[in-house]
Write a protein that binds this ligand. Structure first.
Ligand code: ATP
Length: 402
């Protein structure tokens, strides 16, 4: 399946001002960028537009400023890093109102192939509400709009959706194309067997993902904190493990759905338990391994057990497509990372197309050193989850069809 949207390959930007929504929401510590993956991921589109003689005006949000402009959420450090990566000047238009005098002046002075970066779009209160006049102001800077912020495509904001009320010449960038082609192919036309692996903390966060993936995949593996609600729904004692009692019926329904569809639903058969959740999260902890039928009432399951690691790895072995979202345990703690490492290793070893659905699982895969062994690591946690739910993402929907 190929994305049926106009892309940067289909448009002529020579001499035109192009507003590009990128995802520069990078982690910062004391004003220093600790991981520039998101900037690197945006480079192919930016370079293409520069090479084509476009005047490239970049915009992004960074963090969650609550009450307008805040120095710690300034995109200034990103402009510096981007200039280094591009090997050319990047003019940072530092306006608290984002589209202010600096931005207008910088854009007016642009020549073909120049790059301007606007200030954090969330410095404007309208941004997350998708309200005017900000959408119109952003749009007034350019003639063409390119959407390349996959990580923000599940939000209808001024900079991801509202601007297209004013600019009709629209396209997706290479990152969007790549993300959607990987995730879309995996879910809509997977090479089978297709194994989906879900973990993470709560069942409630992934209700629709579970249901949708059950329909699409051959095997659904459930680990992480969310597995215990399923185990309790099977009538097992899960002790102090993370459980959502309001979702027991839902879990029963999903197990029934798997049966009816003839799908394999794999749950943990054993678990790593401790007396309580580690505090601090990466602090020392005493653990033991028990079968899921033998979890003591005063203990808490914090990772999949050793037999489960083998079971899950075996299920992945002959897969042709694997999608993974959510860690298998409290991977932030070295003692409780074994399950997540085992699954990452199994994915690294299969010749299946392996897709990591962003968020914590992406962080875990990168942190554990398996990044280059995966076919695709999504840059968008929330966006990839909504995509896996089968939802239409607003930031994709607003871009013109081919
Ligand atoms: P994101 O929402 O950022 O995309 P994700 O979907 O990968 O991330 P989350 O649902 O946020 O994952 O859950 C990740 C968290 O779940 C981790 O912080 C991890 O410590 C926690 N977790 C995993 N297993 C357990 C468990 N058995 N008990 C409690 N917490 C757990």
């Amino acid at each position: 399946m190929q994305l049926n949207k106009v892309s940067v390959d289909d448009i002529n930007v020579k001499g035109k001002k192009v507003l590009v929504r990128v995802d520069f929401n990078v982690p910062l510590k004391d004003g220093v960028i600790t991981n520039d993956n998101r900037i690197t991921a945006a480079l192919p589109t930016i370079k293409k537009l520069i090479a084509d003689g476009g005047r490239v005006i970049l915009c992004s949000h960074l963090g969650k400023p609550k009450n307008g402009p805040e120095e710690k959420f300034s995109l200034a450090p990103v402009a510096v890093r981007l200039a280094e990566l591009l090997g050319q000047d990047v003019v940072f238009a530092n306006d608290d109102e984002v589209v202010g005098e600096n931005a207008k002046k910088a854009v007016a002075e642009m020549k073909d192939g120049d790059v301007v970066l606007l200030q954090n779009t969330r410095f404007r209160k309208e941004e997350t509400k998708n309200l005017e006049p900000f959408s119109g102001e952003l749009a007034s800077l350019a003639e063409v709009f390119v959407m390349d912020a996959f990580g923000s495509a599940h939000r209808a904001h001024c900079s991801t959706a509202g601007v297209t009320d004013h600019i009709k010449d629209t396209a997706v960038g290479y990152l969007m194309q790549k993300e959607i082609n990987y995730l879309g192919n995996a879910v809509e036309t997977p090479v089978r067997p297709f194994v989906a692996i879900l973990g993470g903390a709560k069942v409630a966060d992934k209700l629709n993902v579970i249901s949708n993936l059950l329909e699409k995949c051959d095997t659904l593996i459930i680990g992480g904190g969310m597995a215990y609600t399923f185990l309790k729904a099977q009538g097992k004692e899960v002790g102090k493990s993370l459980v959502d009692d309001t979702k027991l019926d839902y879990c029963k329904e999903m197990m029934k759905k798997a049966d009816m569809l003839g799908k394999q639903l794999l749950l943990p058969v054993d678990t790593t338990i401790a007396a309580s959740f580690p505090d601090p999260i990466d602090g020392p902890i005493e653990v033991s391994n028990v079968d899921v039928d033998a979890i003591p009432a005063d203990m808490e399951g914090l990772d999949i057990g050793t037999k489960t690691q083998e079971l899950f790895a075996e299920a992945v072995k002959n897969a042709k497509t694997v999608v993974w979202n959510g860690p298998m345990g409290v991977f932030e703690n070295p003692t409780l990372a074994a399950g997540t490492i085992a699954v990452a290793k199994a994915l690294a070893e299969t010749d299946a197309t392996t897709i990591i659905g962003g968020g914590d699982s992406a962080a875990a895969v990168i942190q554990l050193g398996f990044a280059d062994k995966m076919s695709h690591i999504s840059t968008g946690g929330g966006a990839s989850l909504e995509y896996l739910e089968g939802k239409t993402l607003p930031g994709i929907a607003v871009i013109a069809d081919k």
